[in-house]
Ligand binder design. Structure first.
Ligand SMILES: *Cc1c(COP(=O)(O)O)cnc(C)c1O
Length: 349
């Protein structure tokens, strides 16, 4: 793949900012190069030195965990940073387009709109699968990115793997992004293993869900090293703070927590689905490969409002096309889920 054809020329030619920590990489010496405070920090722990701009220690661990190479990894301040940088490196306002498959994660659209990039929408089918012929019709020479989300938010299902392969095999005039924010809850293998096969593939993952680090903000993009170099060139130099880097390293070494959380959440999801099945006003519980379920209710809007008044906060998706009368429910702790089912039962009583 001739990447230069699909990257904006000013990005391709950009000479990046070279920080003090880019130019001297040693860890010992008298550091008088970065205008840091030599006294330490106004906190107990010391944060006075700028962090590693390329987060080498984390990438080394992630490469082992994800069976890829560390030069195939970009780390962002949440996946949202990776989404924004991808749009900015490939799309020029009033010229290029992206394809989205709604109902899906809202940030793709917001990021495209911030950058004034035209969006082609090809709705998922009624089974929440890709409309392959619709997508192929929407693709033209100005298409730069196709966003796929599997398992999908807010529907919870995984996309048919064969459909994703079909697109990967037919479209390489731009990039295909597979957002795997919920992959840790799914029985599906990651598309990271396909990176060497498909040079136009970019996989997104995050520590916000299964790792329980939503507040920390760490998103990952996995792609060909040429794409990763472009990410590194245009990102803010110190986009991952030293505190985040330290805590992420700690988290990556605690796979026990991740495994146990996923197991518990899947078990609780099963119990919640069973509980909801007992309620006759539940119209449909959509199959979920994630840590949430989309549920169609009679009188969804009223139920949602009632739950809020009872201090149970769910995500109302009733106004989203193809999610009519549906509410997205994150799987909580056992007692929280039981409380939710009780409140829903009360509402219909
Ligand atoms: C939660 C979520 C993310 C994660 O975003 P972060 O910015 O990493 O917290 C990404 N994609 C989808 C589809 C999500 O639902």
């Amino acid at each position: 793949m001739d990447y230069q054809k699909y990257i904006l020329p000013h990005i391709w030619d950009l000479k990046p900012y070279s920080s003090a920590r880019d130019e001297f990489k040693g860890s010992e010496g008298v550091f008088l190069d970065a205008n840091e405070n030599p006294m330490g920090s106004a906190t107990k722990e010391s944060w006075n030195r700028y962090p590693d701009p390329l987060q080498h220690a984390i990438k080394l661990e992630l490469a082992k965990l994800k069976s890829c190479s560390s030069d195939q990894i970009f780390l962002g301040n949440g996946s949202d940073e990776a989404i924004d940088l991808l749009i900015r490196m490939t799309c020029k306002s009033a010229e290029h387009e992206i394809i989205l498959c709604p109902p899906t994660y809202g940030m793709y659209e917001v990021s495209a709109s911030i950058n004034d990039i035209k969006i082609q929408r090809v709705n998922l089918t009624s089974k929440y699968q890709l409309d392959l012929s619709g997508i192929k019709k929407a693709i033209h020479e100005k298409t730069r990115l196709i966003f796929l989300c599997s398992p999908n938010n807010p529907t919870g299902n995984k996309l048919n793997r064969s459909d994703i392969y079909d697109l990967l095999n037919t479209y390489s005039q731009g990039f295909i992004i597979v957002d795997e924010a919920y992959i840790d809850f799914s029985d599906e293998p990651s598309f990271i293993h396909e990176l060497n096969q498909f040079p136009q593939l970019i996989v997104l993952q995050t520590l916000s869900k299964a790792y329980g680090l939503a507040s920390l903000r760490l998103g990952m993009a996995f792609a060909h090293p040429s794409i990763i170099q472009l990410f590194n060139k245009i990102k803010p130099p110190y986009n991952i703070s030293g505190a985040t880097q330290k805590i992420v390293l700690e988290a990556l070494s605690n796979q026990k927590f991740v495994g146990e959380s996923v197991q518990l959440i899947l078990q609780e999801k099963n119990k919640l689905q069973n509980g909801l099945n007992e309620i006759k006003e539940v119209v449909e519980i959509f199959p979920s490969q994630a840590n949430f379920i989309l549920v169609k209710f009679n009188k969804a809007q009223e139920l949602f409002d009632y739950l809020i008044s009872e201090k149970v906060i769910t995500r109302n998706r009733s106004n989203v096309s193809l999610c009519e009368d549906s509410i997205r429910i994150t799987i909580g702790l056992a007692e929280e889920n039981t409380y939710l089912v009780k409140k829903i039962t009360d509402f219909y009583a």
